[in-house]
Ligand binder design. Structure first.
Ligand SMILES: [Fe+2]
Length: 195
C-alpha cells in the first residue's frame, strides 16, 4: 500500500508541494490499476502523463534547489536522471500490459518512497537548519542537528551514524566504506532516516 500525501511531507514550497501531491495521486492511480484489467491505451496514457509530469517537476525542483543553494543539488540531479532513465527503459521494454503494470508500480513505488520521502525531505531539512542558524540569535532556538543515517558493520550491535553526503556516496555512487576495526563494509540499517 503506497502512502498518501501528508503535511509531514511538505517542503514548505507551495508549487513543489502541490506537484508532489499530484505525483502521489498519480501513484495511487497506478496502484489502483495494478489489480484490475485495463485497456492498453488507458495504461499508456497514464505512463505518458506520469512521464511528462515528472519532467516538469524535476525542472522546477532543481531550480528551487539552485535558488536556495542546496549543497547536494548535483547528487539530487543525478537521482532525477536515474529515475527518468528508468522510466524511459520501462516505456521501451513493454512486452505486455501486465508487464508494464508491474514495472510501473515498482518504479513509482521506489520513486515515491525513496525519493520524495527520503531525498526531497532532505532539501527542506537542510533549508530549515540554515534558517534556524540565521535566526538563532533572535529567537534563541536550538539549531537542528544534521540528519544522519544508520549503518551496520560486522561488529555485533554496532551502529554507525553516517552523514547525508557519505550516505549518498554509498547509495548512489556505489562507493564502499569499511569500518576500520573489523574491515567490513558498512550496510544500511532497515529503518532509514533518523536524527
Ligand atoms: Fe527530487
Amino acid at each position: 500500500m503506497l502512502p498518501e500525501w501528508d503535511r509531514k511531507y511538505s517542503i514548505n514550497n507551495e508549487k513543489l508541494d502541490s506537484q508532489h501531491q499530484k505525483l502521489f495521486e498519480l501513484a495511487a492511480k497506478v496502484e489502483e490499476i495494478s489489480d484490475r484489467p485495463i485497456y492498453q491505451v488507458e495504461l499508456k496514457k497514464l505512463v505518458a502523463e506520469f512521464f511528462s509530469y515528472i519532467k516538469v517537476h524535476f525542472q522546477d525542483e532543481e531550480a528551487y534547489m539552485a535558488e536556495i543553494k542546496y549543497p547536494y543539488l548535483e547528487e539530487h540531479r543525478l537521482m532525477h536522471k536515474q529515475i527518468t532513465k528508468s522510466m524511459i527503459k520501462l516505456i521501451q521494454s513493454i512486452k505486455s500490459t501486465n508487464d508494464l503494470k508491474e514495472k510501473l508500480y515498482l518504479v513509482v513505488n521506489s520513486w515515491l518512497i525513496e525519493h520524495i520521502i527520503q531525498h526531497d525531505m532532505m532539501i527542506e531539512h537542510w533549508r530549515q537548519s540554515t534558517q534556524v542558524k540565521n535566526t538563532s540569535d533572535t529567537f534563541e532556538e536550538e539549531p537542528q542537528k544534521p540528519k544522519k543515517f544508520s549503518y551496520q558493520c560486522q561488529c555485533e550491535g554496532k551502529i554507525h551514524k553516517v552523514p547525508y553526503d557519505i550516505h549518498l556516496k554509498m547509495q548512489y555512487s556505489k562507493v564502499q566504506f569499511k569500518y576500520k576495526e573489523c574491515s567490513s563494509n558498512l550496510i544500511q540499517c532497515k529503518e532509514k532516516t533518523e536524527i
